[in-house]
Design a protein around this ligand. Structure first.
Ligand SMILES: Cc1cc2nc3c(=O)[nH]c(=O)nc-3n(C[C@H](O)[C@H](O)[C@H](O)COP(=O)(O)OP(=O)(O)OC[C@H]3O[C@@H](n4cnc5c(N)ncnc54)[C@H](O)[C@@H]3O)c2cc1C
Length: 411
């Protein structure tokens, strides 16, 4: 094996894997395996739900992003044999062999064993999840008769968001704005009901105090019901049971959306390597998996020892790690010393409905429509490849980023 012909296999075309492939450009014979044909810029999935951005903006085709030197394989990696140095992938009779492996398949939704949650709650991690939720909202609106009493409209338009982290807040404020706008456009009486259900006693626990004030204000203005200290007991096809102070309440819902946390990717669960108590693979400060110098892991599946705690499980971290990973894979192949890095927080940005956001950057918080623009600008800069950034930046600048109303189906 030489540095030029070494087989580098990357599992996962997300913030960790895709950006590693892009940064590696030209080194070895690179294969990227991803179970979707596109990358997904997940921090803007809320804007995709609301129609502020389109699929091509945040979910470009992997093949369009990668140059011809990278082989793209659409498939799911189902098993890794670290001793045989091979990965089984759906649709391929023979396992894919590697000299260097990069593991970055990200996390999956954690339903925490709550009855009915996996079957009936909607996850929110993929384009299709957002499509399904949007359809569910439109469907619920379509079923409200024009002359329905306000309390009937409210009951038909009840949506529960489970999980009070940044995801829950961003999703609930977007949904509330979309639904309220649709109620007005359709001249319905009453208003929608959007709840956030959180087991802890406060929302967005990791967020700084200053930005939290804007979050609380936005939730209040969007008339979102916040149920902290509340546990979900059960989810059914059209309802949810909540427990607060040992008292159960059943609620009818048009949809329950589950953003209450993530768990380890099943691909990694079965791997016999050193892990922490949450199942994250322990990696050296070079991103090498302990005991396997030719295997690197990053993003949501890896525990990196030198990082500020609030960065764990974020795109910011996976993205920063990809630069180090690509550099170290090259160094490993060329027999040069590997580097380590201390990863830092680059700022915080939360979308708060279709017109507002709050952004913490360089120690200052800004909010409102200006922060929304700043967030778009920040995220344009973090999209993959210059070419894609320019196309998307131009589209947002010239065509705007207005939400797409929830029109009646068949409109
Ligand atoms: C809705 C949402 C909003 C978020 N907002 C923010 C935010 O504002 N800021 C922030 O920093 N972080 C945010 N995050 C978290 C962030 O997206 C993740 O931490 C980040 O994507 C992790 O990168 P990764 O490369 O580990 O995984 P991912 O980016 O998830 O990429 C993994 C890729 O691997 C694919 N894959 C999975 N299993 C397999 C398999 N077995 N075989 C082949 N391919 C596989 C997946 O489909 C995916 O394409 C958000 C997450 C979500 C869901």
């Amino acid at each position: 094996m030489t540095a030029n012909n070494a087989r580098i296999l990357i599992i996962g075309g997300g913030f960790g894997g895709l950006f590693t492939a892009l940064d590696l450009g030209g080194a070895g014979a690179i294969t990227l395996v991803n179970d979707e044909d596109h990358f997904l810029f997940k921090p803007m999935l809320y804007e995709y739900l609301s129609g502020e951005v389109e699929a091509w903006h945040i979910a470009p085709d992997c093949k369009e992003l990668l140059d011809e030197k990278v082989r793209f394989v659409r498939g799911t990696a189902t098993g890794i044999d670290l001793d045989a140095r091979a990965v089984t992938v759906t649709g391929h009779d023979e396992p894919l062999a590697y000299d260097v492996l990069v593991i970055a398949p990200g996390a999956v939704t954690n339903y925490a064993g709550v009855a009915g949650a996996e079957q009936f709650a909607l996850p929110f991690r993929a384009l299709n999840d957002a499509n399904r939720l949007r359809r569910r909202m439109t469907d619920a609106l379509d079923h409200v008769q024009p002359d329905a009493a306000p309390q009937d409209a409210r009951s038909a338009l009840t949506f529960a968001v489970v999980g009070g982290g940044a995801s829950g807040v961003e999703l609930a404020t977007k949904m509330s704005d979309l639904l309220r706008d649709a109620v007005k456009r359709r001249a319905l009486r009453g208003e929608p009901r959007v709840l956030i259900v959180e087991m802890a006693d406060r929302l967005v626990p990791g967020m700084g105090e200053e930005i939290r004030r804007f979050v609380e204000d936005a939730l209040q203005k969007a008339r979102i019901e916040v149920h902290t200290g509340t546990r979900v007991v059960r989810v059914t096809e059209n309802g949810i049971t909540l427990e607060h102070n040992q008292q159960d309440t059943e609620l009818g819902t048009a949809a329950v959306v589950w953003v209450a946390g993530v768990r380890m990717n099943p691909l990694v669960e079965s791997l016999k390597v050193e892990k922490d108590r949450r199942g994250l693979m322990l990696v050296e400060r070079t991103l090498q998996v302990r005991g396997y110098p030719n295997v690197f892991a990053l993003g949501d599946v890896a525990f990196y020892p030198d990082v500020v705690p609030t960065l764990a499980g974020t795109a910011q971290l996976a993205n920063q790690e990809s630069g180090l990973c690509a550099r170290n894979v090259r160094a490993f192949l060329e027999g040069r010393p590997l580097k380590t890095k201390h990863f830092i927080e680059l700022g915080e940005a939360v979308s708060l409905g279709t017109e507002h956001a709050a952004v913490l950057s360089a120690g200052k918080v800004i909010s409102g429509p200006l922060a929304r623009q700043a967030r778009f600008a920040m995220y344009t800069a973090r999209l993959p490849t210059w070419h894609h950034r320019l196309k998307v930046g131009a589209s947002w600048f010239f065509e705007g980023t207005q939400p797409r109303p929830l029109q009646p189906l068949g409109f």
